[in-house]
Design a protein around this ligand. Structure first.
Ligand code: ADP
Ligand code: MG
Ligand code: MG
Length: 210
């Protein structure tokens, strides 16, 4: 599929389905090292984002679609993750500019801008056991796939694979940001819920492009 406004809609549709399916699992991960609401927060947010996309005019640009997702996530997800994911989508829209279809280079720029937006908002570093530990390997893998001449589908598949591995790799880490950091050493042995939802969202982006 061309990475156009329809792709953004298909992405958020696939994300809403996947997060809905994994809502209890995300809540459980967050119950272990947080307050147990991450699945609930994300499910509410992506469903609202999908609904808002459905109300955009037919000629809406990918930029407008990404910005709509950002605004809806900011106003509906809440908690720590709402502003972080909202900023991610807001920043992701910037490199897209007025393009009707997103090429491979822009796709890498989009993912990079999303990650950088989360870092500038939340100040987490790699290894702090946050969603950044899924985003950064995803951005690196996307850039490598693009440098190797891969098409957007390969770039997105590489990003999703790396995000899943990154989420899994948060398990032994000690949390240094967010609610989980209150547990200190006791946060070890659990997967970060935001890293897991990032993996689901990036897998949805890849599936939507296939
Ligand atoms: P809350 O902790 O307010 O209940 P959520 O449960 O929705 O919010 O989101 C928790 C997730 O947010 C964590 O698993 C982590 O991935 C992410 N997070 C929290 N603080 C930060 C931060 N400063 N930078 C990046 N991600 C963060
Ligand atoms: Mg929570
Ligand atoms: Mg909360």
């Amino acid at each position: 599929m061309t990475l156009d406004t329809k792709w953004v809609e298909a992405w958020i549709g696939a994300a809403a389905a996947s997060i809905g399916e994994h809502k209890a699992e995300l809540n459980t991960l967050d119950r272990e090292i947080g307050d147990g609401d991450h699945g609930e927060n994300m499910d509410r947010g992506v469903r609202a984002a999908l609904e808002a996309l459905g109300k955009l005019p037919d000629d809406a640009t990918p930029n407008a679609a990404l910005r709509s997702v950002a605004m809806t996530l900011i106003s509906t997800v809440g908690g720590a993750s709402g502003p972080l994911y909202g900023t991610a989508f807001l920043k992701a829209a910037e490199p897209v500019g007025d393009q009707a279809a997103i090429d491979g280079e822009t796709l890498v720029a989009l993912l990079t801008a999303a990650r950088d937006g989360i870092v500038s908002r939340g100040r987490a570093e790699s290894g702090d056991k946050t969603m950044i530990d899924a985003w950064t390997p995803a951005v690196d893998a996307a850039a490598a796939a693009q440098a190797a001449g891969g098409p957007p589908t390969a770039i997105l598949a590489a990003a999703a694979d790396a995000a899943e591995k990154g989420a899994e790799a948060t398990e032994p880490l000690v949390a240094r940001k967010g609610r989980a950091s209150y547990l200190g050493e006791r946060s070890t042995g659990h997967r970060d819920p935001g890293a897991q939802s990032t993996a689901l969202i990036l897998r949805a982006a890849s599936e939507a492009a296939a």
